[in-house]
Write a protein that binds this ligand. Structure first.
Ligand code: ADP
Length: 437
């Protein structure tokens, strides 16, 4: 029991003693007891009133003075107030440090509530998105930035991939928008200026395209002379023959690499699908590829089969699809040993149209699968070169598929074989009426 309670019990005892003494003098103990109890009650009510007034003033100013349990109550409340003040100060300083840090960030940060209205944003938001840090609070972001791509992105709410957008206030700037969901239905929108990175990327693409282009002509000349040498009658030795054959092989390899690099940079520079939207007769294309694959297979004598839906057309670019599909089919031929089986299929289901190449070839260790579509990525460099591969085939496949809103799906088991499947969404499928028109 603390000293306040001891004091309080003493007070009650004293009051009872006073009632006892007075009743000894004047008789009528219970009346005196009632009187001192009423006095004691009045004292409590007086303290309660003090507490009420203090709470009304939000515990500010001096704490009321009293004794006994009321002193304890006032002291505890005073301490509570001090603790709260210190905590509040700490919070305010943390908040202002957080705000300073977020204001210093070069990226725009916008806190959105569940209705897409702006709750808070930093100063970079004004510079990049034209949203004012105070006036625009509470406004819906889609009312302020009326960009169809952003509207679509926010409504679809699939935020795995960032959205690339021109700045609504300066179309010389490109922004990468990311949205992160947090808390209950809140979202954080982060806009990053990627203009510089994009320029560098463009420069890199142009550089590769220009170098490839510049190398093509001299290489064609060298290849032409090598052919002349190979055909000439006045060759002195078998050794010379071998050298010319090897040089011709390397020259044609270089030509393939340059061809693939040029195709890749063209695909990259036209990121959006701008090519003519023709209805591609995939079955016909695959029948041609089947013949080519059989003749490439040659002495390997592989069993190559095709199962396809002749009625299934998709919107796209015939040349690009041919190049993507042929890379997959020729890879299957190259990486499947003699006598192996390769089956091609083209079919549709509720999820869209699918082109799959299954082989019983060498397979690919799992750790390589995610990286196969990187340029020049090879599981086995020696084997790829030997088979005449450029290391760019699957990168081309990936880009072509991206331009057709399709995805490449790879499954493989070492020594068992691989499945390369291209999944086209239902929107890419051409309906019968479209085909007729
Ligand atoms: P490459 O010109 O070397 O074939 P690609 O980009 O077409 O280049 O393929 C990348 C790598 O993926 C190849 O080097 C090979 O290691 C592996 N690969 C591709 N297709 C197959 C397949 N059907 N079976 C086994 N490995 C494959």
């Amino acid at each position: 029991m603390n000293r306040f309670w001891v004091e309080e019990i003493w007070r009650m005892g004293l009051l009872a003693g006073v009632a006892l003494v007075l009743s000894g003098l004047f008789g009528n103990f219970f009346s005196w007891l009632l009187l001192v109890s009423l006095l004691y009650l009045a004292w409590h009510i007086h303290n309660l009133a003090k507490l009420g007034r203090w709470i009304e003033k939000r515990l500010s100013g001096e704490s009321p003075q009293s004794s006994g349990i009321w002193e304890e109550i006032f002291i505890q409340l005073h301490r509570f107030r001090q603790r709260n003040r210190r905590r509040h100060k700490r919070l305010v300083s943390r908040l202002s440090r957080f705000q300073e840090a977020s204001q210093a960030l070069p990226n725009a940060i916008v806190v959105l509530n569940n209705e897409g209205s702006i709750e808070w944003c930093n100063s970079a938001t004004t510079r990049l998105l034209g949203i004012h840090t105070t006036h625009d609070l509470g406004q819906r972001i889609l009312n302020l930035i009326r960009n169809p791509a952003l509207v679509n992105y926010m409504l679809r709410a699939e935020f795995e991939e960032p959205l690339t957008l021109l700045s609504p206030i300066d179309d010389s700037r490109t922004l990468s928008i990311r949205v992160v969901a947090y808390g209950t239905d809140q979202r954080l929108l982060i806009a990053r200026d990627i203009t510089h990175m994009q320029r560098l990327e463009e420069m890199r693409r142009d550089f590769v395209a220009n170098v490839s282009h510049e190398m093509r002509t001299p290489l064609t000349v060298i290849s032409g002379y090598l052919e002349l040498f190979a055909e000439a009658d006045n060759r002195d030795s078998d050794e010379f023959d071998d050298v010319v054959v090897r040089m011709s092989e390397q020259a044609s390899r270089l030509q393939s690499i340059i061809g693939d690099l040029l195709l890749l940079s063209r695909l990259e520079s036209e990121k959006k699908y701008t090519a003519s939207h023709e209805a591609v007769n995939v079955a016909q294309l695959l029948k041609m590829l089947l013949e080519e694959a059989r003749s490439l297979s040659g002495y390997k004598n592989q069993q190559i089969s095709l199962e396809c839906d002749d009625e299934l057309f998709i919107t796209g670019n015939d040349q690009e699809l041919r190049s993507a599909f042929s890379n997959l089919v020729f890879n299957a031929v190259n990486y499947t040993p003699a006598g192996g089986e390769i089956s091609l299929s083209w079919c549709r289901d509720d999820e869209g149209a699918h082109f799959a190449v299954r082989d019983t070839g060498i397979g690919i260790p799992t750790q390589h699968i995610d990286r196969l579509t990187e340029r020049f990525y090879r599981v086995d460099v020696g084997r790829s070169r030997h088979s005449g591969g450029t290391g760019l085939g699957l990168a081309i496949v990936k880009h072509v598929l991206q331009r057709h809103r399709a995805h490449l799906h790879i499954e493989s088991q070492v020594g068992q074989g691989s499945v390369f499947r291209c999944d086209f969404p239902p929107e890419q499928i051409v309906t019968v009426t479209e085909k007729v028109s």
